[in-house]
Ligand binder design. Structure first.
Ligand code: F6P
Length: 361
């Protein structure tokens, strides 16, 4: 290997720059390779002229380890196999991608992405023409094959801090505070932050709930002597009857502004307490990368380069059972890794008295 490409793909998160830094350090310092950062994910290889920049050690003398986002840029809608066209149709531009890889004379590519990106990576690897390895990143932590993806623990820290800030105002006003968090179809952020932020209720898409049970939980908390309650709800949670709570999810029909607002209206009616909603949104994607994310990003970046050096392709580096492992992409690309209702953290949350939806449902 002489020329290694690296790109970030899908939604950004904290720790991406730390991965790029580690990839560059390992490739340049240990192997003496040239490293090329591809601009705006797959777009940089599909467009002409090609968009890239050579990465050298100097670029990382500043704050890169500490900075969220990706200095290379990224896109959500850059699937080369289903590239969105202005008229709403899609086009297969995978040959442009492969052609870009060849034009830049790359020997291999490190793709830092979530489960959607790993699927694209697998499709490209299946063609057999290019060598690529994956590095998992996503605040949702829903990539199969790894216990942790880069960006997740920073997002959980942000949500925990939000709960730390909501609690005093909840107490001052005797209110129920509802915090809507990201996670797409998975409840990992919600369950982790609900425990670390001392919530009373944690609703996740994977476990059905009842509004009456939430109201009972809040009344119990009040009976115990507290004058306020904290509710964490994952954005993917539906209404009690299973219908989507957001405009986008319900195909253009406005129902509620989101699941947080739905809960707020119903819980206010059921408990006669004042409720307020905070939707944290993209704040969860920024923030200084946590120690854990810096460690993971650095170890993943080094190992991904070693995998390339060993001639491995079609694999993702992963962290499992306290070790770095290499997972074949076919074991990764089986849909999002959602929260198991039997997860140790669900049990722990219930052990603390947090309502996490109906037990045994
Ligand atoms: O996958 C990461 C994520 O932040 C999800 O938690 C969220 O649903 C989605 O991306 C938001 O996507 P966008 O940045 O396109 O609004």
């Amino acid at each position: 290997v002489r020329r290694l490409g690296v790109l970030t793909s899908g939604g950004d998160c904290a720790g991406l720059n730390a991965v790029i830094r580690a990839v560059t350090y390992r490739a340049v310092r240990t192997y003496g390779w040239k490293v090329f950062g591809i601009i705006d994910g797959s777009m940089g290889l599909m467009e002409r002229p090609l968009r890239y920049r050579e990465l050298d050690l100097d670029m990382f003398s500043g704050n890169m380890l500490r900075e969220a986002g990706t200095f290379l840029g990224t896109v959500n809608r850059g699937d080369p196999f289903n590239f969105p066209m202005p008229d709403g149709s899609t086009k297969d531009r995978s040959l442009d991608f492969v052609d870009g890889f060849n034009k830049l004379s790359l020997d291999a590519l490190v793709v830092i992405g979530g489960d959607g990106s790993m699927k694209i990576l697998k499709q490209l690897c299946d063609r057999g023409s290019i060598n690529m390895v994956g590095v998992p990143k996503t605040i949702d932590n829903d990539v199969h094959g790894t216990d942790f993806a880069v960006g997740f623990t920073t997002a959980v820290n942000v949500v925990t801090e939000a709960l730390d800030r909501l609690q005093p105002t909840a107490a001052s006003h005797h209110r129920v505070m509802i915090l809507e968090v990201m996670g797409r179809d998975a409840g990992h952020i919600a369950i982790n932050a609900a425990i670390s932020g001392g919530a009373d209720v944690a609703l996740v898409p994977e476990i059905p709930y009842k509004l009456d049970s939430i109201a009972r939980k809040i009344e119990e908390v009040i009976r115990e002597g507290r004058n306020h309650a904290l509710v964490v709800v994952a954005e993917g949670v539906k209404t009690e009857d299973g219908t989507p709570a957001t405009k986008a999810q319900s195909h253009g029909q406005m129902r509620y502004g989101g699941i947080g607002q739905y809960l707020s209206e119903h819980l206010a009616a059921k408990t006669e307490l004042e409720t307020r909603v905070t939707t944290l949104g993209h704040v969860q994607r920024g923030g200084t990368p946590s120690t854990r994310d810096r460690l993971l990003a650095s170890a993943f970046g080094v190992h991904a380069v070693d995998m390339v050096a060993q001639g491995q392709s079609g694999h993702m580096v992963a962290w499992r059972d306290n070790a770095l492992v290499e997972v074949p992409l076919e074991d990764v690309c089986i849909g999002p890794r959602t929260l198991s209702p039997d997860d140790a953290l669900v049990t722990a949350a219930r052990g603390l008295g947090i309502y996490v939806g109906e037990e045994g449902a």
